[in-house]
Ligand binder design. Structure first.
Ligand code: ATP
Ligand code: SF4
Ligand code: MG
Length: 327
């Protein structure tokens, strides 16, 4: 049984202008100790999917209209909020892009890390503080003992991300979702924070969902990749297979826009045109207006996520041709 299995997840946002179909039948699995990288342009539904899995989706305006989120076989979407809250933090935790808006500005970092042990483990404040120092050491914050009483704004961006990683790891969850955890940082600091996260993930044998725009990072740390477009997974495969030869024209476009090493962290620009308006997704394959390989059938029939191999799937009518052309 996989650690996490997302099955046919659908999420909509009801807004004044209409219904935005943000997630349209997402399927993926994450095993213990495995890293799944989720890629795709801005607005493709990466964060909304993650929020639905974590149980922190803004509802309303968001609404889960279908699907299952199986964690160790149990459907989290069927649990009461109180039961979900217990799982959050203890069994699965999330790391966000911007620590400054996620951390509480008026509590010291030690209090915030320690709080997790007080609430979930019933520890005394004194023991919880000692645990906080231990965790700050673990994420290599220098002089942890002296700094445990300081406030978030007294730390640099990179150190604040480390504090958020410390909080996510505190209760040794089985699954971490990191939503662009290094995007807001300087390039050199990005690499350090990413290395730290990858190292701790291996050490603790956690499942990791890493949402990122940075294909350079993906090649280094992920086991497999899910590529999202307009709220669907369009290709999923082990990292080395995707890099060797993409089986979907959108993946191909993403790979061709890999930024040069000296521009690590840049956004992806090479694919012409824009992702669709989610209130008005084109019929057939959502990528067809931008796809250099589109044929008539692409404008009428939605391509199913087909098995390319035992480990690989692609939602393209012409995945064979795409794969052959790349090999
Ligand atoms: N609170 C909200 N209200 C209305 N629509 C929303 C809301 N949050 C997300 N959406 C819709 O869901 C779509 C997907 O958003 P999501 O945040 O998952 O994108 P993303 O893939 O994470 O993009 P990015 O790379 O920019 O973070 C958005 O384009 C938007 O249409
Ligand atoms: S189904 Fe058609 S439009 Fe969609 S990616 Fe494949 S070739 Fe392109
Ligand atoms: Mg996002």
């Amino acid at each position: 049984m996989p650690l996490l299995e997302v099955r046919d997840l659908n999420v909509e946002f009801r807004t004044r202008d209409g219904i935005a179909k943000a997630v349209n039948g997402v399927n993926y699995t994450v095993d213990e100790g495995e890293t799944l990288a989720v890629l795709g342009e801005s607005g493709s539904g990466k964060s909304v999917t993650a929020q639905a899995v974590m149980g922190i989706l803004d509802m309303p305006p968001g609404k889960i209209t279908g699907g299952e989120v199986l964690f160790r076989g149990q459907d989290l979407l069927k649990l009461k909020e109180e039961e979900r809250r217990k799982i959050r933090g203890a069994e699965m935790a999330m790391i966000f892009q911007d620590a400054l808006s996620s951390l509480n500005p008026v509590l010291s970092v030690g209090e915030q890390i320690g709080e997790l042990f007080v609430v979930h483990k019933g520890m005394s404040r004194k023991d919880a503080k000692a645990k906080a120092v231990e965790l700050m050491d673990r994420v290599r914050i220098p002089a942890a003992k002296e700094r445990v009483g300081q406030y978030p704004h007294q730390f640099s961006g990179g150190m604040r991300q480390r504090i958020m990683i410390a909080m996510a790891l505190a209760l040794e969850p089985a699954l971490i979702i990191a939503d662009e955890p290094t995007t807001a940082l300087d390039v050199t600091v990005q690499a350090q924070v990413m290395d730290l996260l990858a190292e701790l993930q291996r050490e603790l044998h956690m499942g990791l969902i890493l949402i990122t725009h940075d294909l350079g990072v993906v090649a280094d740390v992920a086991d497999k990749i899910a590529v999202m477009y307009a709220g669907r997974i369009v290709e999923q495969a082990p990292v080395h297979e995707i890099y060797r030869a993409p089986a979907h024209p959108y993946t191909k476009g993403l790979l061709e826009s890999i930024p040069r090493l000296d521009q690590k962290g840049q956004e992806l620009y090479a694919i012409k045109g824009l992702p669709p308006n989610l209130m008005n997704i084109p019929p057939g394959c959502a990528f067809n207006p931008r796809c250099p390989m589109a044929q008539d059938v692409c404008r009428t029939d939605v391509p199913p996520l087909a098995d390319v191999s035992e480990t690989r799937r692609s939602a393209c009518h012409f995945w064979k041709e795409t794969l052959d052309a790349a090999q």
